[in-house]
Design a binder for this molecule. Structure first.
Ligand code: GLN
Length: 486
């Protein structure tokens, strides 16, 4: 038994639970106790589902006693507050949904319930997943466990900080332009964005529907594979989910990288990138080479610099359509005024925060008559070029390796007044969503005690290859074993 129950990975906790050295109730009590101790500082949780967690833990213990356990049974999970949980408030960290209690579970939550996972709470995020620092939460900002004066990244900042601060064993996030990988990189945890269509989006509150994917944030790559085994797969309730069998991802974690070809696209070492980040990632790539991979340092993906502009047309356009549903009639906050129009206007005026309004305006403008061809249509064409460029690269390479973001975590408040600076923190992750590819961020070093993440990008439905590479790297380092000074 380890010194502290809140140091366990999924696979370690599972071994102890299965051998009955530990009960799920004990495990979850330890986490609830830790949450009450560290969350006043970290602020990763919007809701702590303590009663539900202990009920679910008791049920899990009954199952464990009958040997009916899955690898996730009885183990706590923190779910980003953009994913619907039946009977549990789901706010999207927005005033407009502050009191929304969904009447149904998202498919991923249903799948976790089937595994008898334990829901320990809902995680803070940038409002409607729009942001890169969790400062856009209308509730409160989340702090980076490695340095409480810094941001945890975003938009899944609560999920990443919660895992890093050991307030949960793992978490779910969503990623539209980097929202799982960038905070994972900032908090030194593993964050995985699956191929578009691999995990059902049913019950994920929509931001930009052609880009959104749900994925895990975990302490190591083995845990990531275990969660993917549970949540991936076709769902008839999400028309974009793909009917392709789900492999057992853990079978690919066997360490041998010989014969794998890795490309290093030079456009991802962008101007303005922090020197320590570039140095750490280059060292990590050298390590991959030592592990047997063939590395080509001279790859070029010349359309990469357009990805940011394309994303900031397509994502706000889709958001402006998706967010039209918040009219004060159907869900959440409702401003009562004498006329319907005034009610609707005031509901949106008071219900949405500044960044959400900015996106709605950008999107509405880009889609309006007369501008549609110049912006939205052109962005879609460039999107195709970016996708083709990746397809061509994957004819030659099994994976592409890049930094996850150009800097280490920045100070809270440093970029809030400069949206363009904030948008730039996703330059390395956005292209992956534009092309619908899978990508992982894994811990790859520190600069002055602040985490650095490495991104590995794979082919469509090639998640097993990137998990294999990530695992081999992880096993040859101890970055993932370091703990924040909390
Ligand atoms: N930071 C990006 C944005 O603000 C990406 C967010 C996300 O992936 N949900 O849109």
């Amino acid at each position: 038994m380890p010194d502290s129950l809140t140091e366990l990975t999924i696979h370690e906790a599972h071994d102890l639970l299965r051998s009955r050295q530990l009960s799920s109730v004990e495990l979850n009590r330890a986490y609830l106790e830790r949450i009450s101790r560290v969350d006043p500082e970290v602020k990763a949780f919007v809701t702590v589902t303590d009663e539900l967690a202990l009920e679910q833990a008791e049920e899990a213990d009954r199952l464990l006693a009958q040997n009916g356990a899955s690898p996730l049974t009885g183990i706590p999970v923190l779910v980003k507050d953009v994913i619907c949980t039946r009977g549990v408030r789901t706010t999207c960290s927005s005033k407009i949904l502050e009191n929304l209690i969904p009447p149904y579970d998202a498919t991923v939550v249903e799948k976790l319930n089937k595994c008898n996972a334990v829901l320990i709470g809902k995680a803070n995020m940038d409002e409607f997943a729009m942001g890169s620092s969790t400062e856009n939460s209308a509730l409160f900002p989340t702090h980076n466990p490695w340095d409480l004066s810094r941001v945890p990244g975003g938009s899944s900042g609560g999920s990443a900080a919660g895992v890093a601060a050991r307030e949960t064993v793992y978490a779910l996030g969503s990623d539209t332009g980097g929202s799982i990988r960038q905070p994972a990189g900032f908090c030194s945890v593993v964050g995985f964005k699956p191929t578009y269509g691999r995990v059902s989006r049913y019950g994920l509150v929509a931001f930009a529907s052609s880009l959104d994917q749900i994925g895990p944030l975990t302490q190591d790559v083995t845990d990531c594979a275990l969660v993917m085994n549970a949540i991936a797969g076709y769902d008839r309730r999400d028309s974009t989910s793909v009917p392709q069998p789900v492999p057992d991802y853990t079978q690919y974690l066997n360490g041998d990288l010989r014969g794998l070809r890795l490309g290093i696209p030079k456009e991802y070492f962008v101007e303005g990138m922090q020197a320590e980040v570039a140095t750490a990632i280059k060292a990590a790539i050298n390590q991959l080479e030592e592990l047997g991979a063939e590395v080509d340092w001279e790859v070029s993906l010349p359309h990469t610099p357009y990805a940011l502009a394309v994303y900031y047309i397509i994502a706000p356009s889709e958001a402006s359509a998706n967010l039209a549903r918040y009219d004060g009639v159907k869900y959440g906050f409702s401003y009562q005024a004498p006329s319907m129009w005034e009610s609707m206007e005031k509901t949106r005026q008071y219900g949405f925060g500044a960044e959400v309004k900015r996106r709605i305006m950008l999107g509405t403008y880009a889609l309006s008559a007369g501008y549609y061809d110049a912006y939205y249509l052109k962005a879609q064409k460039v999107r195709t070029l970016i996708r083709r460029e990746f397809d061509r690269a994957f004819e030659k390479y099994d994976a592409l390796v890049t930094p996850t973001s150009p800097t280490v975590p920045f100070k809270i408040g440093e970029k809030v007044d400069d949206p363009l600076q904030m948008y730039l923190s996703d330059v390395c992750t956005l292209p992956v969503n534009i092309a619908g590819l899978p990508g992982i961020s894994i811990p790859a070093g520190f600069a002055d005690g602040l985490p650095i993440g490495m991104q590995i990008i794979g082919r469509h439905f090639g998640e097993e290859t990137i998990l294999k590479i990530a695992h081999a790297y992880e096993q040859s380092t101890d970055w993932h074993k370091r703990r924040p000074p909390l």
